[in-house]
Ligand binder design. Structure first.
Ligand code: 3HC
Length: 695
């Protein structure tokens, strides 16, 4: 039975049992209606408790049912049945009540949780609106402002906050079911009036609700640029404020029905499942147990090393930093302290959090003192000889079950592992800058990396709040390698006739957080210059190369840090301003390369930049460096702020149609040469009418 019916004294207990997360499938919806009807019809029953089996109350509607023809009964019908009950209904919430799960709980007359409870309406994140009365009921329960915040952000709130807001009436100390039954018993005994949110009013006295909605619209337009669902949530909230309950709910149902098949909602659902898929490695199952990581050592106190140390400290794991000189370590620790200081200033953490976290970051006295480390992450200079020397030393001093990780972004993890006598313990953990902020963690599985180390790396990623995606070894791994061609084409486009601001605007309007030139100014033109020099020896002599960025480097235009790069920056500002000096450099560079500049359309810019990345992504996929197309997409969502509502570059290619993408790539190949050699996988899929993601 998906909803089991039980009884304790005069209280009926409806237990939802639909693993893994008690999603509201058709059987659950029907089961709830049947259970409530049975309890209402039984004169021996005075109250009802609804509870979830396992560690979840209800995770919401069954997302896998979306896109299929809806099956009766609708969730709204089940909730209306619950709310109408003349016998008090109590939701007993263990773990999460999300989306339709919270909507069920709001249809109940009272709610009791545990310390582990989290409640939220995350529908906006999958491109839809809460469609079963949450929009209408939540403001009635807790007031407009906090309800609006929860629904527009989609972020859940924890038990203590839910209690303070009034979403929970009580938090059970120990046995949730027993306390919920006792709670229901008291309601019956004390004849506590039933609270039906659907019949109450939203408290709006003294509330500037029009102002709140306007501010909320503007905020969502900024934080979720291009995404439709937050605006539609606000539309529905406005209806809830201006229309009777049933009419507003009718409009909400119309809205959710319209949004479910929309391109954005499809892409966001794809991203949801892609995230979960990324955690699954075909040859690693739950029998492979991750090792505990109780302490860490980071080698190198540069920007990257410091950021990595912060990741551990933020997760409450003690971390030591090892540096070759005291000065470098002092400087690194000062930088970490400054970062935490800035976070306190911006209100992101409290002063006591800073003290606690700084307390977890200490100095390692030397290699001999790090033998007990559970994990060592090397974040030293990007040079093979240096890395090999470090790993040979680690091999000598580290305990047998230590994880030896390198944060290299380009070097061969297998060669680094070869410097040890235990290559199975070596893994690449590639953080993205700033390491304490960026969500992506590439887990680079070397030829000999053991399954246990991979599983430990995945578990560690979760612990430190990262999205870990496993990939194989190749130059640049998956994320940077697939993005490289985008930057390359952006430079060529500028040499051919575009300007940085035009290219950046096209990608910004597409939904990227920043265009490639603005990113270049953040990352540092000097950094790009060093990477290009490291590739000089291997770059074929006849391969097209844009020297324009090198000209900027030679002028000392390193990007934001020097106030000048592809753009110029006013003192203290990060706003990129077009610079005539840069335009002059670009025009001269085109001339030097004997290129006749031409007008370049926005369409060409978008296709050149994105298809170059997609073609490279396909090559990586074909070589099985990435396990699946969706892993590449997740890397772009986490690492490069690709608009989530477009799914990711590979999914985006599927929505365009691979036949069209392939044809365009072939056209660019004819026009621009070998760098555009089409991926054989792209060709195969295009010719067989298939796509990358199987969607
Ligand atoms: N529908 C279908 N499957 C779901 C699901 C849902 N709502 N929520 C989770 N799952 C599946 C996952 O895909 C995963 O399946 P898998 O094992 O085959 O990969 C499994 O349940 C476990 O999920 P997680 O790996 O994510 O487990 P966690 O413990 O890390 O997280 C969770 C659990 C917090 C519930 C998280 O899964 C989550 O956030 N789920 C989505 C919640 C959501 O968006 N709810 C709103 C749905 S829309 C709605 O309710 C509309 C309504 O207004 C009408």
């Amino acid at each position: 039975m998906t909803v089991a019916y039980g009884q304790q004294g005069a209280i009926a207990i409806l237990t939802i049992d639909n693993p893994p997360v008690n999603a509201l499938s058709v059987a659950v919806r029907q089961g709830l209606i049947d259970g409530v009807k049975r309890a209402i019809g039984d004169s021996a029953i005075a109250g009802i408790v609804i509870i979830g089996q396992g560690k979840t109350f209800i995770a919401g509607a069954d997302i896998r049912e979306f896109g299929k023809p809806p099956q009766a009964p609708r969730l709204t019908v089940a909730i209306a049945e619950i709310e109408a009950s003349a016998k008090p209904v109590v939701a007993a919430i263990e773990g999460v009540a999300l989306g339709g799960g919270l909507e069920v709980a709001l249809g109940c007359h009272f709610r009791i949780g545990t310390k582990r409870t989290q409640v939220g309406l995350p529908e906006v994140k999958i491109g839809i609106v809460p469609g079963a009365g949450g929009i209408e009921r939540l403001p009635r329960l807790i007031g407009l402002e906090p309800a609006l915040k929860m629904m527009v952000s989609g972020d859940p709130v924890r038990a203590d906050k839910a209690l303070a807001l009034g979403i929970l009436d009580a938090i059970a100390e120990d046995d949730l079911l027993a306390e919920a039954v006792a709670f229901a018993g008291r309601l019956v005994a004390e004849k506590t009036p039933i609270r039906r949110l659907g019949q109450s009013l939203i408290a709006l006295e003294g509330v500037d609700w029009r102002g709140l909605l306007t501010t909320s619209r503007a905020g969502a337009a900024k934080t979720n640029r291009g995404q439709i669902s937050p605006q539609r949530v606000i539309d529905c909230v406005e209806n809830a404020l201006t229309m009777p309950f049933d009419q507003a709910l009718g409009e909400t149902i119309r809205t959710i029905n319209e949004l479910i098949p929309s391109e954005q909602a499809k892409a966001l659902r794809y991203a949801f499942f892609a995230e979960r898929e990324a955690g699954k490695i075909p040859d690693i199952d739950s029998t492979i147990k991750p090792r505990p990581v109780r302490n860490a050592v980071v080698i190198g106190a540069g920007t990257m090393g410091g950021g990595i140390a912060m990741c551990f400290a933020d997760a409450g794991i003690p971390v030591r930093i090892l540096e070759s000189s005291t000065e470098a370590l002092d400087k690194g620790l000062a930088r970490v302290e400054q970062n935490y200081h800035d976070m306190v200033q911006k209100g992101r953490i409290r002063a006591e959090d800073k003290t606690k976290r700084m307390g977890l970051i200490t100095r390692a006295a030397g290699y001999d003192a790090i033998g007990d480390a559970d994990i060592v992450i090397e974040a030293a200079f990007e040079e093979m000889a240096i890395k090999k020397e470090i790993f040979a030393r680690l091999d000598k001093v580290c305990k047998a079950d230590a994880i030896l990780a390198t944060n290299t972004s380009t070097l061969d993890v297998d060669e680094i592992a070869g410097a040890t006598t235990r290559p199975e313990s070596v893994v690449g953990l590639h953080f993205f800058s700033p390491a304490n902020v960026m969500r992506l963690l590439e887990i680079v599985r070397g030829a000999q990396t053991s399954k246990e180390i991979v599983a430990t790396s995945q578990a560690l990623a979760k612990t430190i709040g990262k999205g870990g995606v496993v990939c194989g070894v190749c130059h640049g791994f998956v994320a940077n390698r697939s993005r490289g061609p985008l930057t390359r084409e952006a430079s060529f486009l500028v040499d051919e006739g575009a300007l940085p601001q035009q290219v950046d605007k096209v990608l910004y309007d597409f939904g990227m957080a920043m265009g490639p030139f603005a990113v270049g100014d953040v990352a540092g033109i000097d950094v790009g210059w060093r990477v290009r020099r490291s590739l000089d020896a291997t770059r074929p002599k006849d391969q097209r190369y844009s020297p324009t960025a090198d000209r900027l480097y030679e002028l000392g235009r390193y990007g934001q840090k020097t106030g000048k790069g592809w753009y110029r920056y006013e003192t203290g500002s990060r706003v990129p301003l077009p610079d005539p000096e840069v335009e002059a450099v670009i025009l001269q560079s085109s001339k030097d390369q004997a290129i006749t500049r031409r007008a370049i359309s926005d369409e060409e810019i978008l296709a050149r930049c994105l298809y170059a990345a997609i073609n490279e992504g396909a090559k990586i996929l074909d070589k099985k460096i990435a396990l699946r197309a969706s892993d590449i997409d997740i890397m772009w969502l986490y690492g490069f702020a690709f608009p989530r509502w477009r799914g990711g570059p590979m999914y985006y290619a599927d929505t365009i149609g691979l036949a069209k993408v392939y044809e365009t790539v072939c056209g660019f190949h004819r026009e621009h040469g070998a760098l555009w050699t089409p991926s054989p996988l792209l060709q195969r899929l295009a010719e067989s009418g298939k796509n990358f993601t199987g969607t």
